[in-house]
Ligand binder design. Structure first.
Ligand code: MV4
Length: 451
């Protein structure tokens, strides 16, 4: 097992990784920017190294600075968390070339799944259903037009180098397709340095359902069930839960086996997630694979009892998986992401000093956060400041518990999304379980604070 792990991240996930390492009796090194001196991960890690100024390009995304911090502290391995360098194949390669272990899959797997057109081709070859569309990256606009006429409008153009909803354009007819393809290519070129795009039939009312995977270096790979992530805004998930109201035990076994087949086909050997779109007729289609630990991993942890971060670290050190099949599910689990944002002002960020902080608690309530009373939320990074995760014997109990947790969670200083999320818990559509990725668009009154 590793003796010392450097955590190349900040915020709640850095703290989550510190805790996993301490349970595994591994020493930890925190890295931090000048904006994060007061962060809890810095205090709770065994050592901490300041790696630069607040902008992440000069700190949490600066590969040479992170490698230098690992060298001076004599770390054995580097955990990238999520975001920042977590899905950067060059980073994974540099980590290994510098003599450290990267806590994640190989650089090749990151690269294969990071190219969304390539991932789609590989998963299709492994037998996973993919949304009808182009075989590969599009050659030109004429190919897109002729393909769209074959499969029928609407269609969606996606950047091969994109993902998570960035660099996408929906087209409803030939004219919007010609125009949308130009824009998508230009945007992709500017954002990712590659204008490569591919085309799919556009599903109008899909659910976003993803499967958690765990693999090791001994050829084992299992799934740990699904997470329902349809409640999102601008491709940012706000609420995740498991089980999905749309997934029966039979579907879980069938799609889970499919996800395992896909991951195994590339020799996947870490924690990962395969995202599916579920169409209104119940069909599942492969969408993307994420090769990192995800924000919403605690949903699966609470539902299955498996510590995903500990397993991820253990398998990176070469140990075989400590769990061999999906354990019995413990009722129902739901997570709300708490952001320092104002829903009344189009979710504009609301950084600043936290004056009062009274966390929720009780049976079946978990809080993952790096903030506390007196902490100042810096303006430079993602505005998520906490995750509340609640478990109940069934969905109704989990939702009631979440509503109570949110109503008793007091944060003064920054405006937060807590009251908005409490309203979602009381929304009849949400409570019915019958929703899709357009749920929030159809419920604009949820954004408004009642007088
Ligand atoms: C789609 C789609 C409909 N049809 N692809 C958004 C995130 C990115 N990973 C892919 N996304 C979508 N791809 C086809 N063929 C709708 C979305 C989509 C979406 C997916 C999951 C969760 C939220 C979403 C919000 C808008 C669009």
């Amino acid at each position: 097992m590793f003796k010392k792990v450097l955590i190349a991240n900040r915020g709640e996930i850095a703290l989550r990784i510190v805790r996993a390492c301490r349970e595994l009796k591994i020493k930890t090194v925190a890295v931090f920017s000048e904006a994060d001196r007061e962060s809890l991960h810095v205090r709770l890690a065994d050592e901490a190294v300041c790696i630069g100024p607040p902008p992440s390009a000069l700190s949490y995304r600066a590969i040479p600075r992170i490698l230098a911090a690992a060298e001076v502290t004599n770390a054995d391995a580097i955990h990238p968390g999520y975001g920042f360098l977590s899905e950067n194949a060059q980073f994974a390669e540099a980590v290994v070339a510098s003599g450290f272990t990267f806590i994640g899959p190989t650089a090749d797997m990151i690269r294969q799944m990071g190219d969304k057109a390539e991932a789609r081709k590989l998963m299709k070859a492994a037998g996973l259903p993919t949304i009808p569309g182009s075989k590969d990256v599009l050659e030109d606009v004429e190919e897109a037009v002729s393909l769209a006429k074959d499969i029928g409008f609407p269609v969606i153009i996606k950047a091969a180098a994109g993902g998570g909803g960035r660099g996408m354009r929906v087209a409803v007819d030939e004219k919007t397709l010609r125009n949308g393809m130009m824009i998508a290519q230009a945007e992709a070129e500017a954002a990712f340095g590659s204008g490569a795009v591919y085309l799919e039939k556009y599903l109008v009312k899909p659910r976003h359902i993803e499967f958690q995977l765990l693999g090791d270096k001994h050829g084992h790979c299992i799934h740990l069930g699904e997470r329902e992530c349809s409640v999102q805004r601008n491709n940012q998930k706000l609420i995740e839960e498991s089980p999905s109201a749309a997934v029966t035990p039979e579907v879980r076994a069938r799609i889970g086996a499919m996800a395992v087949k896909g991951a195994s086909s590339i020799g996947y050997d870490s924690a990962g997630t395969i995202e599916f779109l579920m169409d209104v007729d119940g069909s599942f289609y492969f969408m993307e694979m994420n090769t990192r630990i995800q924000v919403e991993h605690p949903v699966t942890e609470m539902l299955t009892g498996v510590d995903l971060v500990k397993e991820q670290i253990r398998v990176a050190a070469g140990h075989p998986l400590g769990v061999h099949e999906l354990p019995p599910l413990r009722g129902h689990v739901i997570e709300c992401r708490i952001n320092a944002e104002d829903p009344n002002r189009n979710f504009q960020p609301s950084p600043g000093r936290i004056v009062t902080f009274h966390p929720p608690g009780g049976n079946g309530v978990r809080l993952d956060t790096h903030v506390y009373a007196g902490y100042t939320v810096p303006p430079y990074y993602d505005s998520m400041i906490a995750k509340v995760i609640c478990q109940g014997k069934d969905r109704e109990e989990a939702l009631a518990k979440m509503r109570l947790a949110l109503e008793t969670f007091i944060i003064e200083g920054p405006t937060t999304t807590i009251p908005f999320l409490a309203r979602v818990m009381q929304n009849p559509r949400f409570q019915s379980g019958d929703f899709d990725t357009k749920f929030l668009e159809r419920e604009p009154e949820l954004m408004k604070e009642p007088a």
